[in-house]
Design a protein around this ligand. Structure first.
Ligand code: SF4
Length: 587
């Protein structure tokens, strides 16, 4: 047996030879070898009941798994639009010089591999990188060169992440009752009373979609099938957001109170916290907190407030933005490619392992803890008629107070810019690439689900910044992250990224923008999941908010020189989509 086969054998053994634990098995192999070799897949296939092709299919879906020889020691540099504005390109160049490697071109014989990453969840302290999974922030080229020298002397990197609360709001970030007191309240409530309180509070999911949490929980509780599951979505992948990093680091006990309340509400047998791989450095602390809860009888065999020995485990993701979509996350939790499912059925009926499941965001569970503590009516008294409660904003960019701000829903853009100390703002990206680009002059727009919805990412750009560079960054991001299931999204994200490059080059004509706008409608309407449905928003919302920027960059007549024929490309793309049945069938 080869080394790889032996390691694969032992990894499969450790996770009960269950294909549903495939991500854990791959991580174990990759941690040992630096990559997942074909011999490992051959060894795993008969043990897990999946073919080598299926295993390879899953392995290659995730950005952070390597199916080819790759150095074990890795640096990931944040290349989000905010990071680029903060000087990330110079940081990458310094790492290339200091480590003697090329970015995104791993050399199996080198000690280090250097990669760019779409977002590391550190948008309040950019430029930033993960070095051997350790987050390093506020980097500059000189500091990077010193760091590389220290690494070559065998010194280990040390995290310098800080968690700045700039605005402690009324519900989530005030010091509150300890977990023991809140769990005693949960224990005293019936499942129906928990669902009723969450429903009455008006809480809507904090991941961005804004579905009513009480409704979701009541549907799962009512569905006549067991076991049921609760899943905490900690796969915070929207570029620009980091509020879940804060909650997981500083308020995890309160998040657990919310999860346990959810488990009791629906009668869940078990739960999972799905943690994005970029937050791997948080895992040891999170596991320690789970152990503390078990020792105190709040989780596990002792019964606990949720009853029936409800317990949680942490599942580490492997780098795939689309897995933040709840059904894709469930696929990933089952050890498969993280491709969104066709809905219905919804997870409240057929979720994890085909059983009723509630999937909620980290902040949603933290909000449930606030409802338990302060009461549903106090929670509902804050915010707007439709958006109840408060919202954590992850603020980054050109402002004096980047960090976490807890605001009441309904805050205007004008008040937001004043709150964060924006410096000569030009535009704000509300909700990250899938959200809305708003001109800073649009002072009366409101941060609320009924106007400017946001999962939390708030990016501020001042007058020095090039809007089209930011939009181009977002379109490239969506193209990289499209899972490729639906032809409109697969092809459309590529067309949009190419078109933005074309516009930035100054060679696009007005007709090209018209075509992009037309295609935006097709891709948005014919895609299966939120990624395809929102991937056009950076273009459409920025065209609406700041049309003069585009006008200044496109020619009013057909360009004399065109690097590719957009009309032909678009027509070919449309024909390909029709051949694959991708238009008009929802993907
Ligand atoms: Fe995948 Fe895009 Fe379709 Fe979503 S819309 S399922 S990301 S191809």
């Amino acid at each position: 047996m080869t080394d790889a086969a032996a390691i694969a054998d032992s990894a499969a053994d450790r996770f009960g030879r269950s294909a549903t634990r495939l991500l854990d098995i791959f991580w174990t192999i990759q941690d040992a070898l630096g990559w997942v070799p074909p011999e490992a897949l051959q060894a795993l296939a008969p043990q897990l009941g999946r073919s080598v092709a299926e295993l390879r299919d899953t392995l290659t879906f995730y950005h952070l798994f390597y199916p080819q020889p790759t150095p074990k020691r890795r640096v990931y540099v944040d290349r989000s639009a905010l990071a680029d504005a903060a000087g990330a390109a110079a940081v990458v160049a310094a790492f290339e010089r200091g480590l003697g490697v090329r970015c995104d071109r791993p050399d199996a014989d080198a000690e280090w591999a250097l990669f760019s990453a779409p977002c590391l969840g550190l948008a309040d302290q950019l430029p930033a990188a993960l070095v051997d999974d350790v987050p390093l922030t506020r980097l500059d080229p000189a500091g990077v060169l010193s760091l590389c020298e220290a690494l070559s002397r065998g010194e280990a990197p040390a995290s310098n992440v800080t968690n700045e609360v700039q605005t402690p709001g009324p519900l989530l970030l005030r010091d509150g009752a300890p977990a023991a007191a809140l769990l005693a309240q949960v224990a005293a409530m019936t499942p129906e009373a928990i669902v009723e309180a969450v429903t009455r509070s008006g809480l809507r999911g904090r991941g961005g979609a804004g579905f009513a949490t009480g409704k979701k929980w009541s549907l799962a509780a009512a569905w006549p099938a067991t076991p049921r599951y609760v899943v905490c979505n900690a796969d915070e992948g929207e570029p620009g957001t980091f509020k879940d990093r804060y909650l997981l680091t500083e308020r995890f006990e309160r998040v657990l109170v919310g999860i346990i309340a959810g488990a009791k509400a629906i009668g869940a047998a078990a739960g999972v916290v799905y943690l994005r791989a970029e937050y791997r450095y948080l895992r040891a602390e999170l596991e320690a907190t789970l152990d503390t809860f078990r020792r105190r009888g709040w989780l596990g065999a002792g019964g606990g407030p949720a009853g029936d020995g409800f317990d949680l485990r942490i599942q580490l993701g492997a780098g795939a933005y689309v897995v933040g979509e709840e059904t894709a996350l469930l696929e990933s939790l089952e050890g498969k490619r993280g491709e969104p499912r066709v809905r219905p059925p919804f997870p409240v009926e057929r979720g994890l392992h085909g059983q009723p499941t509630i999937v909620n965001n980290v902040e949603t569970f933290a909000a449930v803890a606030a409802i338990i503590e302060r009461g549903a009516d106090a929670f509902a008294a804050v915010g707007t008629d439709y958006s109840k409660g408060s919202k954590l904003l992850s603020v980054g960019g050109d402002c004096d107070r980047p960090g976490i701000h807890e605001v009441v829903w309904g805050l205007t853009i004008g008040d937001f810019l004043a709150l964060v100390g924006a410096r000569e703002p030009q535009f704000v990206v509300v909700g990250g690439p899938s959200g809305t680009i708003v001109a800073a002059t649009d002072q009366e727009r409101r941060i609320a689900l009924e106007d400017l919805a946001t999962g939390g990412a708030m990016m501020v750009f001042d007058r020095r910044r090039d809007l089209l560079e930011v939009v181009h960054n977002f379109t490239r991001f969506f193209h990289r992250e499209s899972c490729g299931c639906c032809a409109p999204c697969r092809a459309g994200t590529l067309v949009f990224a190419e078109q933005l490059a074309f516009v930035r080059s100054g060679q696009a004509a007005r007709v090209d923008l018209d075509r992009v706008a037309a295609w935006a409608g097709i891709v948005g309407a014919a895609s299966r999941c939120g990624l395809g449905q929102t991937c056009t928003r950076p273009i459409t919302t920025s065209l609406t908010a700041l049309p003069d920027v585009y006008r200044g960059r496109v020619q009013e007549h057909e360009a004399l020189f065109r690097p590719f024929d957009v009309a032909a490309k678009t027509s070919a793309c449309e024909a390909a989509i029709r051949r694959q049945g991708g238009l008009g069938d929802g993907g």
